[in-house]
Design a protein around this ligand. Structure first.
Ligand SMILES: Nc1ncnc2c1ncn2[C@@H]1O[C@H](COP(=O)(O)OP(=O)(O)OP(=O)(O)O)[C@@H](O)[C@H]1O
Length: 298
């Protein structure tokens, strides 16, 4: 069995043909996500996150390069992938119970009724409630129940928590992470709320302008950067991602090459500081760190 969940090589997608109206959503993306990881997919509006998820789900075809999923094409891996789109399409006229029965009928060999039922019950949703009467957050819960009930090896979530209240967000995120850990599911989750991803994700993919800006294990990416503060100082020979001077105070995010200069103090950034600095500095050089394959199970 492959230890690679997603591998992109020169992956790109242009919409609208070749004319002047064409729009390049993704371009020249190279990265590898090993199985069993929980990957945060971040980037500003229009960065290409939804496009990348739809390519991995096999709902869009690349216009350049390739993407492989679980060692095969996204179309061939479809049974092993669950994808929850941003607008969470469900059948409005079905009840909650009928929606879950549909999930079971579509996935007769893999369906996990206990997990799907628990996610719905935890939200206090009545089984006979019609989907069209549910709030946005309640629909999210049904969509996640359908996705997890499918017992996927790869779970692709496009801003799954956006319309959930803070308590539901916390509870569902906990349930999702526990379920993924128990089953070794690979999860890729896009979000604009980096604090929400901190602590749950062990891998980061940051897109900007359709390209990969940062990719790799979170711990390694954090360790490759330093938040430097102090009075004006010399940042050479480090790679400066972003630097700001307020009064006499210099604050910079750098990729250090050797010790920082005298008078400057250095600390490891948080995931949020790392991502925000890269969002504020869209021209900073990209960095991809490779992730060792998972140890084969004994
Ligand atoms: N079907 C489409 N037709 C034309 N252009 C598209 C289509 N889908 C996406 N795009 C364009 O591709 C670019 C990337 O869009 P995408 O939805 O992947 O970004 P995103 O990172 O998910 O953004 P957001 O954070 O706003 O959800 C945008 O410029 C968008 O306008």
């Amino acid at each position: 069995m492959t230890d690679t969940a997603i591998e992109a090589a020169g992956l790109g997608r242009t919409f609208g043909g070749r004319g002047r109206r064409s729009r390049r959503a993704l371009h020249g993306c190279d990265f590898r996500l090993p199985t069993g990881r929980v990957c945060a997919l971040a980037g500003p509006n229009g960065a290409g996150k939804s496009t990348l998820l739809a390519l991995a789900a096999g709902l869009l075809r690349p216009t350049e390069g390739t993407v492989t999923v679980l060692g095969t094409t996204p179309a061939a891996a479809r049974e092993q992938i669950a994808y929850v789109a941003q607008d969470k399409p469900l059948h409005p006229q079905l009840t909650v119970a009928e929606t879950l029965r549909m999930g079971r009928d579509l996935n007769p060999r893999r369906w996990d009724a206990a997990t799907a039922g628990r996610i719905v019950a935890d939200g206090g949703l009545a089984p006979d409630a019609k989907v069209r009467t549910l709030s946005g957050g309640q629909r999210t819960r049904v969509a996640l129940a359908l996705a997890l009930g499918k017992r996927p090896r790869l779970l692709l979530l496009d801003e799954p928590m956006a319309d959930l209240d803070p308590l539901a967000r916390h509870q569902l995120m906990g349930a999702l992470m526990a379920d993924a850990a128990e089953h070794g599911t690979t999860v890729v989750m896009s979000s604009h709320v980096i604090a929400e991803l901190e602590g749950s994700c062990d891998h980061l993919l940051l897109l900007g302008g359709g390209r990969v800006r940062l990719a790799g294990p979170v711990d390694d990416l954090l360790a490759a950067h330093a938040l430097v503060t102090g009075p004006h100082g010399d940042l050479a020979p480090h790679t400066v991602v972003e630097s700001r001077v307020t009064g006499r105070q210099l604050t910079a995010l750098v990729r250090p090459r050797g010790p920082v200069g005298a008078g400057l103090t250095s600390s490891e950034p948080t995931l949020e500081e790392l991502v925000l600095a890269h969002l504020r500095a869209p021209d900073a050089p990209a960095l991809t760190l490779t992730d060792a394959p998972e140890e084969a199970a004994a």
